[in-house]
Design a protein. Structure first.
Length: 379
């Protein structure tokens, strides 16, 4: 019996269809697995990004609260609130107390990575561990088509450390008689018993520099506290009586009292000898007083235009400051200043010495010190 051409064509078509079915049967599982793998990789990356965002937000909020309120309990509560504001795998992130650590972050060397150490008395950092593991409050994250891959969940963990390096700062400034003199060269511009010349005198340059300092502080993201101390010596001259050292303004967030006190001092003669150690001692009193924040870094910016000729050795006062973990940055103004002693004062506390040859340089130095205050860092 002869097979027609049409029958042969039908047999060949059936054979090809059968081969395609076999091919589809073989490749379909591979396609499903590849699709599931690609889908889950994208899903896992999204969840990790959400977890990073939530954990960063939690640690930042806690560090900010620790800085402003100086309260660990309040900071821990804020970490939890901030975490819950963020969705991770379609659910708010929830962190436990043990996943919120308080400690100290320091740079082993300038420019190096910050290193976090849990615990301690001087807290400046919060480390939050955000996780979606089997032991976390949110549990592990479900995968799509997990049965196909043989893995039903994955368990991401992200750690974020935020550091709020706040400082309480005390400006300790020279108001001795030499501050009435010209910034460059000798002589006193204007009457000996009149106010310091606002443009030519050293005290006039200082007044401008202090204004620049507090202006810069107002631009920083943190809320820094600042105080003002002045020093010279006891005495009476030109119809005024002056003391060795005054706390002109205690630590304040609003810097207007500092501006007002500098303007008041600029409105009358500044007189007396130079007792630098008395100014340092009052600066230490301010930074260890009732308004000082327990977790803030403490520093003094010390200015002089001359040579210490009253009181105890300034380096001894600096050693007392160092014992209280207070850093002193020193600024010399005019070529008559004692550079060696001011370097020694700064070195005794781990601070830095600056020299300003003129009023413009002095303002630039004060602005630099203020603008380079530490900022919030997340690791």
């Amino acid at each position: 019996m002869r097979i027609s051409n049409s029958s042969r064509r039908m047999q060949r078509s059936a054979g090809r269809a059968g081969a395609m079915l076999v091919l589809i049967a073989v490749t379909l599982p591979i396609i499903v697995i590849m699709a599931a793998f690609a889908l889950n990789v994208a899903w896992m990356q999204l969840v990790r990004t959400e977890l990073r965002t939530a954990t960063d937000a939690s640690s930042r909020a806690a560090a900010k609260t620790l800085s402003l309120q100086q309260d660990v309990t309040a900071a821990r509560a804020e970490a939890k609130v901030a975490a819950r504001r963020n969705q991770v795998a379609n659910a708010p992130l929830r962190v436990r107390n043990r996943e919120i650590e308080f400690g100290m972050s320091r740079q082993p060397s300038p420019g190096s990575r910050f290193v976090f150490t849990p615990g301690g008395a001087a807290l400046n950092s919060v480390r939050v561990t955000g996780n979606r593991t089997a032991t976390s409050r949110g549990g592990p994250v479900d995968l799509f088509l997990g049965g196909v891959l043989g893995v039903n969940t994955f368990e991401p963990i992200i750690t974020a450390t935020s550091t709020q390096l706040d400082r309480d700062i005390c400006l300790v400034v020279d108001r001795s008689g030499s501050m009435m003199r010209n910034v460059v060269g000798g002589g006193t511009p204007g009457p000996n018993c009149g106010p310091p010349n606002p443009l030519l005198s050293r005290f006039g340059g200082l007044n401008t520099a202090v204004a620049g300092f507090v202006d810069e502080l107002e631009q920083t993201p943190q809320e820094e506290q600042c105080a003002l101390v002045s020093y010279s010596s006891n005495g009476s001259e030109c119809g005024i009586t002056f003391t060795t050292s005054d706390i002109n303004s205690d630590l304040v967030y609003n810097y207007q009292p500092i501006r007002d006190e500098m303007n008041r001092l600029s409105s009358r003669p500044v007189k007396g000898f130079t007792n630098i150690s008395a100014g340092i001692d009052n600066g230490v009193r301010v930074l260890t007083g009732a308004r000082a924040r327990p977790f803030a870094l403490r520093s003094i910016v010390l200015l002089t235009d001359g040579i210490q000729n009253r009181g105890r050795e300034a380096v001894l006062a600096a050693n007392d400051a160092a014992a209280q973990n207070i850093v002193i940055n020193t600024v010399t103004f005019s070529d008559e200043a004692d550079f060696a002693r001011m370097r020694a004062v700064a070195n005794a506390t781990g601070g830095k010495h600056y020299h300003a040859p003129d009023a413009a340089a002095l303002e630039a130095i004060f602005r630099e010190i203020a603008s380079t205050l530490p900022v919030l860092i997340t690791d």
